[in-house]
Design a protein around this ligand. Structure first.
Ligand code: DGL
Length: 256
């Protein structure tokens, strides 16, 4: 039987957030085919335990590989922090690329001294972020804001609604005028980049999507696995909340 996603790159997140990474992957690697899986029925991941995130991630990766995917992008900071080492050990033959909060580029950028890091509670707690902060944070003033509830709210769309702006005001309003740069350490947050700037004023935003796309390109190239098709690749959307409305929401986020 033909595999549905033979030779595709499988990309997943707890929900719509990973689409901010998918857009960059499709721009950087236009000839690749992508199968995006959003686990919206189980979102948000950022307030679950590490073991729960590992179990959910493993099921998704199993499924994408069973359907023929050649590589996996974990388009989720939370799942990368919680599950990437386990997944890489279990699927050693498959290129698995993760995302990480863009703290390194933020600390290297000109004129950025005070940095606000927005991420899920679990991302900020786990080793991956702690190691990044220890390595790159020296010499900068870094404030970490665990944004409980924000990814879950972005999942529901309607991104200019008052309740979403109020939630942002509660979470980051107290830092208005006090930061130069903001690390968007959750792949959902680029979808509210404009709203974040409305709350904080003139700040520079950093996210990990472009770095992830370059990393995927390198990993595929070094194994001779880049797509050789002449035409533009396909992008397919799948969701654990498998309704026409949810898939339409995914397509809208992809076009944003
Ligand atoms: N988009 C995810 C991340 O990058 C997870 C958000 C969530 O499900 O809590 O962390």
């Amino acid at each position: 039987m033909a595999l549905r996603f033979n030779g595709y790159v499988g990309v997943f997140d707890s929900g719509v957030g990973g689409i901010s990474v998918l857009r960059e992957l499709a721009r950087t690697l236009p000839r690749e085919n992508f199968a995006f899986f959003g686990d919206s029925a189980n979102a948000p991941y950022g307030e679950k335990t590490r073991d729960q995130v590992i179990r959910l991630s493993r099921d998704i990766v199993d499924d994408l590989l069973d359907q023929g995917c050649k590589a996996i992008v974990i388009a989720c900071n939370t799942a990368t922090s919680a599950a990437a080492p386990t997944l890489r050990a279990e699927y050693a033959h498959v290129p698995i690329v993760g995302v990480e909060p863009a703290l390194k580029p933020a600390t290297l950028a000109e004129g950025i001294e005070r940095i606000l890091v927005m991420a899920t509670p679990i991302t900020l707690r786990l080793d991956k972020y702690q190691q990044l902060a220890a390595r790159w944070g020296a010499g900068h003033r870094i404030v970490e804001v665990p944004c409980a509830g924000l990814a879950g709210r972005i999942e529901r769309g309607n991104l200019d609604a008052d309740d979403l702006l109020e939630l942002l005001e509660q979470l980051i309003g107290p830092y208005r005028g006090q930061v130069d740069g903001v690390v968007l350490g959750c792949t959902h947050y680029p979808f509210v980049a404009r709203q974040i700037k409305e709350v904080l004023g003139d700040v520079e935003l950093f996210d990990g999507a472009a770095g992830t796309a370059r990393q995927l390109e390198r990993r595929l190239a070094e194994r001779g696995m880049l797509s050789k098709q002449a035409s533009h690749g396909r992008v397919e959307f799948l969701s654990s909340k498998d309704t026409p409305e949810e898939l339409a929401l995914y397509r809208d986020f992809f076009k944003m």
